[in-house]
Design a protein around this ligand. Structure first.
Ligand code: PXP
Length: 237
């Protein structure tokens, strides 16, 4: 069964736009879990426009499912994550000014850097996942970093789904078989939505977790948070 982790960045963005505590991020996290989320994900960015660094320890205290922090492994990010000790850290190669993550790691070029940071997080018992494109060479080098999991960057899948869903999922389907051979756990995220989620889950082997933010929060404006989470869960069942 693929787990649904709800990304709360957009909730924090709304809160930050007014400088007050509305909506209350901790309450939303707890409610998401009550409504069926099997994990909570956040992606603190260096400008703290979404989730802020001081949200992290508070979230860790209230999340009872699985807490996943995403981000670029800068020195301050590493220090902060090791202090908070989430269940999982997902490492992305974004430059500080990135609007959103839009590419996976070049694990060959960054091998020694990634080996070091993976080792650091694992020494704190934090599971590590690397954001990756579905490319055999990148998966093989990911394995050499000693990461526990990889997370497929699904932006191109989501875009191509509306053109040709068979073609859109092809590279991911093949790469999921390689991940299995390499014994790498598999997560996925970016631009997944109520239209494209079921097809992805049906075609990609051993998908352990998806993290979904933007589309889910947009859907919740129309459908309400509870129904929306239940509908995403249903796509994964
Ligand atoms: N995975 C990673 C690494 C991300 O950076 C994001 C966006 O914060 C997501 C998943 C979720 O993407 P979306 O908001 O499009 O669902």
């Amino acid at each position: 069964m693929t787990r649904l982790s709800v990304n709360l960045n957009k909730v924090a963005l709304i809160r930050n736009s007014r400088g007050s505590n509305m909506p209350d991020l901790l309450k939303v996290a707890k409610d998401c879990e009550e409504f069926g989320a099997q994990g909570i994900t956040v992606h603190p960015r260096p400008d703290q426009r979404h989730v802020r660094y001081d949200d992290l320890a508070l979230l860790k205290e209230v999340v009872t499912t699985e807490f996943n922090i995403e981000g670029y492994p800068s020195l301050d990010f590493i220090e902060m994550v090791c202090k908070v000790k989430p269940h999982q850290v997902t490492l992305v190669p974004d430059p500080p000014e990135a609007l959103t993550s839009d590419t996976g790691w070049n694990t060959e070029k960054n091998l020694s850097f990634l080996q070091e940071v993976v080792q650091e997080f694992k020494s704190y018992d934090i599971r590590v996942s690397l954001f990756l494109d579905p490319d055999a060479n990148m998966l093989e080098y990911a394995k050499k970093t000693n990461t526990d999991r990889i997370e497929f960057y699904t932006g191109p899948y989501a875009h191509d789904y509306y053109i040709d869903k068979h073609q859109a999922v092809k590279a991911f389907k093949e790469a999921s078989k390689i991940a299995k051979e390499l014994d790498l756990g598999l997560n996925a995220g970016h631009d997944l939505n109520l239209d494209n989620l079921r097809w992805f889950n049906e075609n990609v082997e051993n998908l352990l977790e998806v993290s979904i933010g933007h589309a889910l929060i947009c859907d919740a404006l129309y459908l309400g948070l509870k129904s929306t989470i239940q509908m995403y869960r249903q796509r994964l069942s």
